[in-house]
Write a new protein. Structure first.
Lengths: 288, 359
């Protein structure tokens, strides 16, 4: 019974990791851009949420009405104004520019907010749980997080495979230059993709910030978790990314059950094992 | 003067090597004309330069953009601390073993991370470094999360008094930096170096011309890991204290090093030297500003990458056709380099057209 409980908790934790990974997966899938600053952008979004909540007095969930559009615009500007210029010259420019952005965000937050830990408050729902038969208590909030992850990925799948915009995204992903010949504005579309990625990143960030404390240095480990979820799931496959997150969450839950200090390490080890057995992930789609 | 000859050294490079040797001799004599503060600074510059040259060899030439070199700094340091403290190995013996230990560990690591391409390789190497860091914090024999310290008895093996120790450790830093410089220079001028340069310019093309891409990359990865481990043992001999956060710090041993290489000029020998000097200069001037100074570093790195991807040295060498440490062969007609138009083979190191005068 205890093991089923561990599996369920790990699975729900995996929902959050899947959410972390959406932004990374989108920017890789469409722009072939691996964003080293992704973790720091999650943390930046959490701070934006903190500011919005403090200034408007809204609860974090209603605050999403302000937070998501803000980060959407921020993502558009970031891609159009900066990252688009890194995509021509091979491997190093995007990597190093996003690395620079990561350093700037971390230290900017440190300068603005200090090294204190913060947390968003949502009231009683944070600690409520539903008791299932067999005395298994499942937290309401992790359940909501998992549901949001499933809905987000389902929504993105609809966007990608049922809309004109989605077709354009898939076209630039397959061959950006040919897509441009057919009248697609690559720079605008890339910026739009980053805007969508940032909106989902902000969504993940708010749920994360309600669940856990965060501080300016919390980014890199979030990047690594998101990256592991993407690789485990297979590049370019959204549902695969969610499964990757779940595998990671379960590995961590099992590790934590053995000894609390083993939680993160168990996740990393699961990642390495899968990398060695199946280098292209469980469900690969995009080839790089 | 129409005969074409192949040349490596230039007049500038010959003058510069004499100057470089003079500077090196001056630095060797520093204990007699400088204070302990100067020695500490130059020692730090030496090991940062060593790390920067190694990362440049890895990323700039072999195309292995690793963000996980702190793994080998930490492994070398932990091997050194464990050998001296727990097994009673003499300091110098432990230092000689620390590098090869990191090198041996890097072989299985390479087989895992080489499965990842490009950017994913970068983050994959970072994950590996995290695994070593978390692993070290779980092992009781390595002091777990709180780490280890070198006992006075071990430190006295270097020298019984503080001044003597600082002087010897200073010379060791300088020596390791010079040795690593020589290793990198020799590798780049060898057959391996030619293969590396080919891989940097185009992996499929070099593969089709008979370069064994995997073996060359593996060789470079293991060689840099070995040297990085050696530098790691030296750094922590000077720091005397080692913890998982310090030994496996991504910021101290990789981010700073990447900054130096990128700002100086990646894929050139001169770049890391210039980048290290710029970094140290900026730090000495602005480090009092704390976070603001790190933001400045980030802005500089982003700006350089966008506006001058060849770094400061790239700008200088494109402007003046200057090669201080020539590794590529150039076709010369008389005193003038043959331009790329006249010869397909004289494509320059930075694979950007450089300005030559044609007679």
């Amino acid at each position: 019974m205890e093991w089923i409980n561990i599996l369920v908790q790990g699975c729900l934790l995996g929902g959050l990791y899947g959410l972390f990974a959406i932004g990374l997966s989108l920017s890789f899938g469409i722009m072939r851009l691996v964003n080293i600053a992704h973790g720091d952008l999650i943390v930046l979004s959490a701070y934006v949420a903190l500011i919005v909540v403090e200034f408007t007095g809204l609860d974090p969930i209603s605050g999403l009405l302000v937070i998501l559009p803000t980060m959407f615009l921020f993502g558009y500007a970031l891609q159009r104004g900066l990252l688009n210029f890194t995509l021509e010259g091979g491997l190093l420019p995007p990597l190093l520019v996003t690395f620079g952005i990561s350093v700037i965000i971390q230290n900017g937050l440190l300068l603005g907010f200090g090294a204190y830990t913060h947390r968003l408050k949502l009231g009683a729902i944070e600690t409520q749980s539903i008791v299932f038969p067999g005395d298994m208590a499942v937290g309401v909030f992790p359940l909501i997080t998992f549901g949001v992850a499933v809905l987000s990925i389902g929504g993105l799948q609809l966007l990608f495979y049922k809309t004109t915009l989605g077709r354009a995204f898939r076209a630039v992903s397959d061959d950006a230059d040919t897509a441009e010949l057919l009248g697609i504005n690559k720079r605008h579309l890339f910026a739009l993709a980053m805007a969508i990625a940032m909106a989902f990143t902000a969504l993940a960030a708010v749920l994360f910030a309600i669940r856990t404390n965060f501080d300016p240095g919390a980014g890199p480990i979030r990047l690594i978790l998101a990256f592991e979820a993407v690789i485990i799931g297979g590049l370019g496959n959204m549902w695969g990314t969610l499964v990757g997150g779940i595998v990671l969450g379960i590995a961590q839950a099992v590790g934590a059950a053995l000894s609390p200090t083993w939680q993160i390490l168990a996740g990393h080890l699961a990642f390495i094992v899968i990398l060695i057995i199946r280098p292209s992930g469980l469900f690969p789609r995009t080839r790089d | 003067m129409s005969q074409v000859q192949v040349e490596r050294g230039t007049r500038a490079s010959r003058i510069f090597s004499v100057a470089a040797i003079a500077v090196l001799l001056g630095l060797v004599a520093l204990p007699w004309w400088g204070g302990p503060g100067d020695m500490r600074l130059v020692a730090e510059m030496s090991y940062y330069l060593a790390l920067a040259m190694l990362w440049n060899l890895l990323a700039g030439y072999a195309g292995l953009v690793s963000v996980g070199q702190q793994a080998f700094v930490g492994l070398g340091a932990y091997a050194f601390f464990y050998l001296t403290s727990a097994l009673g190995v003499h300091v110098y013996g432990a230092m000689a073993l620390a590098g090869p230990f990191a090198g041996i560990i890097s072989i299985p690591v390479a087989f895992a991370v080489f499965r990842l391409r490009g950017h994913y390789f970068a983050i994959g190497t970072w994950v590996v470094a995290e695994i070593f860091s978390l692993g070290a914090s779980l092992i009781e024999e390595l002091g777990a999360g709180s780490g280890m310290s070198l006992t006075p008895a071990i430190v006295h093996q270097v020298s019984a008094n503080r001044d003597g120790r600082e002087t010897i450790e200073y010379w060791m830093s300088l020596g390791i930096c010079a040795v690593i410089f020589a290793v990198v220079y020799v590798i780049l001028r060898s057959r391996q170096g030619l293969a590396l340069t080919a891989i940097r310019d185009s992996e499929p093309a070099s593969g089709s011309l008979g370069v064994n891409v995997f073996r060359t990359k593996l060789f470079i990865y293991v060689a840099t890991a070995t040297c990085t481990g050696m530098v790691g043992s030296l750094i922590f001999l000077q720091k005397l204290r080692l913890s998982p956060e310090a030994g496996f710090s991504v910021n101290d041993w990789t981010v700073v090093v990447i900054f130096m290489v990128v700002v100086g000029g990646i894929g050139t020998i001169e770049g890391p030297i210039i980048g290290m000097l710029i970094y140290i200069l900026l730090r000495e001037l602005f480090s009092d500003f704390g976070s603001l100074y790190l933001i400045l570093m980030g802005v500089i790195a982003v700006a350089i990458m966008l506006k001058a991807p060849g770094g400061v040295w790239g700008l200088i060498s494109a402007r003046y056709d200057l090669h201080l440490f020539p590794v590529s062969r150039r076709l010369m007609r008389g005193d003038t380099a043959v331009t790329p138009d006249q010869s397909e083979n004289s494509r320059n190191l930075n694979s950007r057209p450089t300005k030559h005068t044609v007679q």
